[in-house]
Design a protein around this ligand. Structure first.
Ligand SMILES: CSC[C@@H](O)[C@@H](O)C(=O)COP(=O)(O)O
Length: 340
């Protein structure tokens, strides 16, 4: 049992990540001492999930500074390495925001950058706990039911954040209040963040769950087996459109049809007021091989080509509530993130 899941941590030996590519079979850490390893870890999804990427990006700036010193890089070479971290994945706004947050501290030295990154990490844990409490309050009031059957997609747990989790934080909070009957965890093809990671976290937390194929989600909802869906987000546009793991929009459409709330749980650091709507959110397209193979085994005919967008966009009208650390926005009712 792993009680305190810390996906990203700063140690005397640099950055320590839980290697999420080998879970649930193995629980291993990856030690990052150079920017190339970090960029690779981000691209391979060894570290993943919007808030965790933000914290990894912030500590990554310190890694780049230490590496620059070690290798005798110019300031330009160091900044190019920082930029490679910042742009390693395009959709989750937290990655670039995490890097940008610590950049003003670069002239003060590594310790100042690490101190600011630690602040970001601590804030994220606290924010997740607030999101969990507010989200749970809203869901219990809105559904008027307990215990609840909850559906979630991808992994928005401690692994995807600095700790506790956003959507998973809401589920943890509901479970602490004895208000969870069952969680449906969508497996989340092609990289199985649901069956590998969310199910692992549910197991650690002792919360009852079933793993289902992504293709089962709409039917489970329309059959009346789900009371609420809660997911995380990678970027929320100013108008309330939400980018999240591919498959999320299908869940939202089914919830709308079934008349149950579709809730997005995310910190304000995932809101990007510079992106007016979902149309402008850059959607990462990953190699087709991730769809065509599994663990090296080809699951499609030779010559088949894959289509592998990593995220989709849920239109604001389908988002009943956005649970943030400062409260709830009822997006479908027109409460957009944009300050009025
Ligand atoms: C709190 S994590 C929210 C999102 O980042 C999560 O739902 C998600 O889509 C992660 O995608 P991933 O490709 O695994 O990084």
């Amino acid at each position: 049992m792993v009680n305190d899941i810390r996906a990203v941590a700063w140690t005397d030996d640099g950055l320590r990540l839980i290697d999420q590519t080998v879970l649930p079979g193995r629980f291993e850490h990856l030690h990052v001492r150079d920017t190339g390893t970090l960029v690779d870890a981000i691209r391979r999804l060894a570290v993943r999930g919007a808030p965790a990427l933000g914290v990894a990006g912030a500590f990554g700036v310190a890694i780049a500074m230490i590496e620059a010193e070690r290798q005798g890089w110019t300031a330009g070479e160091r900044d190019a390495a920082i930029d490679r971290i910042r742009s390693a994945r395009p959709t989750a706004v937290n990655l670039a925001a995490g890097v940008d947050r610590v950049l003003p501290f670069v002239p003060e030295g590594v310790d100042a950058v690490v101190a600011e990154a630690r602040k970001l990490l601590d804030e994220d844990v606290r924010n997740n706990q607030s999101i969990g409490r507010g989200g749970a309050d809203w869901i219990l009031a809105r559904t008027g039911k307990r215990p609840l059957r909850v559906l979630t997609h991808c992994n928005a747990g401690a692994l995807a954040t600095a700790g506790w989790g956003t959507a998973f934080g809401v589920i943890r909070e509901l479970a602490q209040r004895d208000a969870v009957e069952l969680v449906y965890a969508d497996e989340t093809r092609p990289l199985l963040q649901g069956s590998r990671l969310t199910a692992w976290e549910l197991e650690q937390a002792g919360i009852p769950y079933l793993v289902q194929a992504d293709g089962a989600a709409a039917s489970t909802i329309l059959r009346g087996l789900v009371d609420v869906a809660v997911i995380g987000a990678d970027r929320i546009a100013a108008n309330g459109d939400v980018a999240n793991k591919i498959g999320s929009v299908g869940v939202a459409l089914a919830c709308a049809d079934a008349g149950i709330p579709f809730v997005v749980a995310a910190p304000w650091s995932t809101v990007d007021l510079n992106t007016p709507s979902g149309e402008e959110i850059p959607i990462e397209e990953r190699p087709g091989d991730e769809v065509l193979t599994w663990e090296g085994l080809t699951v499609a005919p030779p010559g088949a080509r894959g289509f592998n967008p990593a995220f989709d966009v849920i239109p604001a009208r389908l988002v009943a509530a956005l649970a943030t650390e400062t409260g709830i926005l009822e997006i479908a009712k027109g409460e957009t993130p944009l300050p009025s």
